[in-house]
Design a protein around this ligand. Structure first.
Ligand code: GLU
Length: 355
């Protein structure tokens, strides 16, 4: 009996010895929350070599459990915000995400990872870059291949995204996108190719850094005001003004602008040809609309470059604004947020020069 008691004491001591350092190590891990929204990273298909699949099928806890060693990087937990292909990303989900992130980062959470489809990931990243009120890391990731595919890229992307969110050097760099070993800024990142894994690039600004099997290296800070420096807030906001995008082409019809306005658009982004150009007739239609208070931004359908303030179009003559280097989809995000307040054309232009 005595021997058994002694054994119990030794066993308990050994257990405590084993558990205390483990708990201490756990306490030291940064707290990271993964907010899942869906996308191909949560997608599943019938065959590991077929291209057909459905986005947003796998729940976040199963996704975390599928990534080896990810829990060694951070004290992790997941929350499901939505489970959609990002072609169905909505302003409502953006507002839910922003509010939840602001709530979590105001508390003891050290970083956020968002799993998201790649189709509209750059828009969500840029939206959050403007409305998150914290300098703690917020990192979006996704995948090009569904979870059931041969060489699925989601697990390593998620591992790397958590490593970036847990890294103290990630503070103050705004919202970032991590995929295929690269860290890109929300302002600069663009989806450049439809299906290969190297889809996200920052052709004009370059990478912020790299993350190789969890090892983070930074080269730059991002361009533009963001997060704690941003004047935009969605606190109490339930919806954003409608802003539509119209795509320019040879012989573009001017009819589209009044049609959009009639349908309820308060702002329009024109994905212009070249340096934000459009047919003479469309410019006239734009002038008519801006005279009635509709906000019009000239962006470009060309994937890279800055729309000049004084190129072939002098914006002041038409009441329009240049998107500078923001592509049409990001110009739309900035315009929607900017229109939460009444602003002059000049004030709007200043925002496009600053963010
Ligand atoms: N349509 C999908 C999405 O954006 C495909 C892209 C992806 O997730 O990679 O959700």
């Amino acid at each position: 009996m005595k021997t058994r008691n002694r054994m119990n004491v030794i066993f308990t001591a050994l257990l405590l010895f084993a558990l205390v350092p483990f708990n201490m190590a756990q306490d030291k891990l940064p707290k990271v929350v993964i907010l899942a929204t869906g996308g191909t990273i949560a997608g599943a298909g019938e065959s590991s070599t077929g291209s057909a699949y459905t986005s947003g099928q796998v729940k976040i806890e199963a996704m975390i459990d599928a990534v080896p060693n990810i829990r060694k990087l951070a004290d992790l937990r997941g929350e499901q915000i939505s489970n959609v292909g990002s072609q169905d990303m909505s302003v409502k989900i953006w507002l839910d995400l922003a509010n939840r992130i602001n709530e979590l980062l105001a508390g003891d959470v050290d970083g956020i990872v968002i799993t998201h489809g790649t189709d509209t990931q750059e828009e969500t990243a840029f939206f959050l870059n403007l409305v998150v009120k914290s300098d703690k890391p917020v990192v979006l990731t996704g995948s090009m291949r569904p979870s059931t595919a041969l060489s699925a890229d989601g697990p390593l992307n998620m591992y790397n995204a958590v490593a970036v969110a847990a890294d103290p050097h990630s503070k103050g760099r705004g919202v970032m996108v991590v995929m295929n070993d690269e860290i890109q800024s929300a302002h600069a990142v663009k989806k450049m190719i439809t299906t290969p894994v190297q889809t996200f690039m920052s052709p004009q600004h370059g990478l912020l850094g790299t993350v190789i099997f969890g090892q983070v290296t930074y080269f730059h800070y991002p361009f533009g005001l963001h997060t704690t420096e941003s004047e935009f807030s969605v606190d109490g906001v339930k919806k954003l003004p409608r802003v539509d995008i119209v795509y320019a082409c040879a012989d573009m019809s001017p009819d589209l602008i009044p049609i959009m306005v009639k349908a309820g658009a308060k702002g329009i982004v024109i994905a212009g040809v070249g340096d934000g150009n459009m047919t003479e007739a469309t410019l006239k239609a734009a002038k008519k609309a801006t005279a009635k208070g509709i906000k019009i931004v000239r962006a470009s359908r060309v994937p890279i470059g800055t729309v000049l303030l004084h190129g072939e179009v002098i914006d002041a003559d038409y009441g329009t604004v240049s998107s500078m280097d923001l592509n049409p989809q990001k110009a739309r995000v900035l315009l929607m947020l900017a229109m939460l307040k009444d602003r002059t054309r000049e004030e709007l232009q200043d925002l496009f020069l600053t963010y």
